[in-house]
Design a protein around this ligand. Structure first.
Ligand code: UT7
Length: 326
């Protein structure tokens, strides 16, 4: 039986217990002779703290916690899940997919599972694919997860990047519905910008060749981000026949408060309609949007019936947005 719509029926998230404030980062970097300050980080990014995983904890472990919460919120049993999509750039292994490892941890078998690699836009991509699969009727209940251990990709001698990122996971259950939920989706990429945000290393013959740590041209990313985020927001609104005035909450990728402020300004949205977690989570790449969504839900900001604009931008270069009646 096909249903005309897909809706988000539950949300969940997970942050590892180790929390590092900017002051902790100042001290860690000072020990390596690298200078930074709480003032610089807060003024340029809005970040005040981030969480890092302990050794031996992987993307699938955090994803499992987030998924169990999301299923509990949706009233869904693991046995009812018939699709798992994991958005991550920090998989547990080269292969199999983190989604397959997560599937085993959740005690599920048989349903299709795969990873989506679109860096910080990964959750938007994964949600777009899940929505389409639910709408064509091949899937009734899907788990869509963003989970990242970016702390393992950071070069702690590069102050321009290592203070920006953190670890975490966020998940949603997407299910077939007779009433509208996900209203419109919009995803894009432009591969000519691969070099401005990348981890260029690769595995070959039992060794890592090239640099396996994150590199970013922050200003180039910033400039592209503010342009494409406005474009994609307007595209999803138009596809859904809505306007920015209909948005109750914008839940953007949490990379930099100045990027969020810029998008909000362009859409004429006050900042009190923007869910902000970058101050406490830093940039958790594909996890940041579902983490912010779950934070909004659990703090009582985001309520059933609200119209949500989810939007992200990241390496690739990739970007996109999803408009939701929650
Ligand atoms: O998740 C994917 C999407 N990623 C993003 O959206 C990130 C987009 N980019 C950004 O958020 C910003 O470009 C950054 C936060 C990365 C950098 O902010 P900025 O205002 O563009 O700073 P900048 O790169 O122009 O650097 C300004 C100064 C430089 O010093 P000089 O050359 O002016 O003397 C940097 O060396 O700030 C210095 N600096 C720092 N100082 C203290 C850079 N990093 C730090 C630091 N602490 N951690």
């Amino acid at each position: 039986m096909t249903s005309p719509y897909a809706r988000i029926s539950g949300t969940g998230s997970y942050l590892p217990p180790l929390r590092l404030t900017n002051e902790d980062m100042v001290q860690r970097l000072a020990a390596r002779g690298v200078e930074t300050s709480d003032q610089w980080i807060v003024e340029r990014t809005g970040i005040r703290a981030r969480h890092f995983v302990a050794e031996g904890v992987f993307a699938s472990d955090m994803a499992e916690h987030a998924c169990r919460q999301a299923m509990a919120a949706a009233g869904a049993e693991p046995g009812e899940i018939d699709l798992i999509i994991v958005a991550t750039s920090t998989p547990d292994m080269v292969f199999p997919s983190t989604a397959a490892i997560l599937q085993r941890k959740l005690g599920i078998a048989g349903c299709p599972v795969f990873d989506v690699q679109a860096v910080c836009s990964g959750f938007i991509y994964a949600l777009t694919v899940a929505e389409a699969m639910v709408r064509v009727g091949s899937v009734r209940k899907a788990l869509v997860v963003g989970t990242e251990v970016f702390s393992r990709l950071l070069n702690f001698d590069d102050r321009t990047t290592c203070v920006l990122f953190g670890d975490g996971a966020g998940a949603v259950v997407v299910e077939a519905s007779e009433t509208p939920g996900i209203l419109a989706t919009d995803i894009h990429a432009d591969g000519k910008y691969t070099d401005i945000l990348c981890v260029p290393g690769h595995v070959s013959g039992g060794q890592i060749l090239g640099d396996p740590l994150l590199k970013m041209d922050g200003q180039a990313v910033f400039k592209l981000a503010v342009g494409v985020l406005e474009d994609t927001a307007r595209a999803t609104l138009e596809k859904a026949g809505r306007t920015a005035a209909d948005i109750d909450w914008m839940i953007p990728h949490q990379a930099n408060i100045r990027i969020m402020q810029s998008t909000a300004r362009k859409l004429k949205l006050p900042m009190d309609k923007v869910v902000v977690t970058v101050d406490q989570h830093g940039n958790t790449s594909a996890a940041s949007i579902p983490l912010a969504l779950d934070h909004g839900v659990r703090t009582g900001q985001v309520k059933r019936g609200d119209t949500l604009l989810l939007e992200g931008v990241g390496g690739g270069f990739t970007w996109g947005s999803v408009l939701v009646d929650f």
